[in-house]
Design a protein around this ligand. Sequence first.
Ligand code: ZN
Length: 305
Amino acid sequence: MHRRALLALALTTPALARTAQGESAPPLPVVASFSILADMVRQAGGGQVAVHAIAGPDVDAHSFQPRPSDIQALRQAKLVVRNGMGFDAWIDRLLPAAGYTGPVLTATDGVPPLSHAGHGHADHGHEGEQDPHAWQDLRRGQTYVRNITTALAAADPARSDLFRNAGEAYLQRLATLDGWVRAQIATVPEARRKVVTSHDAFSYFGDAYGVRFLAPQGVNTESEPSAAQVGRLIRLLKQEGITAAFLENMANPATLRRLAAEAGVTVQGRLYADALSPPGGPAPTYEAMFRHNVGLLVPAMRGAG
Ligand code: ZN
C-alpha cells in the first residue's frame, strides 16, 4: 500500500522525487541591489535561487529609497550581490540596518574600470571616480557572472555543481551575444558610430564596441546639465552630423527632448541603461536588454545622412 502512495507522491512532486538531496532544498535566497544583477543571479542560479532585487525594473538605482520589503528580504538572505564602483553605495547603510551579516559579493571585483569621461559634472563630487556602468560591456559582464557563480557555490556548497553548470551555460550565451553585438556594430560605417543619450551610462559599451556616446546629463542621474553644457552639445551634434538620439528607461527625458529639438535630431526610442523592463517589456533580462539596445542603435546610427 505504501508503494502506491509513494508513486502518487512521485507523480505530483517530480522535482522533489527526482533530484538529489541538495537540489530538493528550498531555493537559495539572494538579494541583489538592482534588477540587472538580479537577472544575472537568476540565470547563474539555474532555477535554484530566489532573488529579490532592491531597485527593481525601471527603478533608478543611483538614488534609491529602500522599502520595508527590502529589509524583510535581507533578513532571509544567504548572499547579497552589489555592483560596487560607487553605484549602489547606499547598501552599506542598509545591511547593518537590516542586521545582515552574511557574505556580500561586489560583482565588479576584477572588472577593469573606466574613469568618468569628464563632461563637466565635477560639481557632484564624482570627479576622478570610477564609472560604475560596467555591465554595459558583455565581456566585463562575464566577469560579473564568474564572480556570482563562485559566490553562489560558496554560499550553498551542496548545490555548487549545479551553479557551476548553470553559470557555464550562461557564460556561453553571453559570449555568443557579445559576438552578435560586434557583428551588428560592424555593419555601421565607422564615422557614423555616434549616439546621444540622456545620461552617461554607455561608456563601457562605447569602449567595448567602438561607439561614441554623448550625454547631456552626466554619469549620475541626479545631475542636470547647465545651459552652457547643453549649448556645447547642440553645436557638437550639428558639427558631427549625429542622427541617433535616445532616451533611457529611468532618466528624466526633458533635457534630451529639448536638446534634440534644438539640434534638429529625432529621438529614436528608449534604451535600457541601469534597469531592466518588467517581465513582458522589451528588456526583461540582461541578454534581452542588449538585443533591444543594439536593435535600436544600429539602424539609427546607419540612418539618415
Ligand atoms: Zn547610471
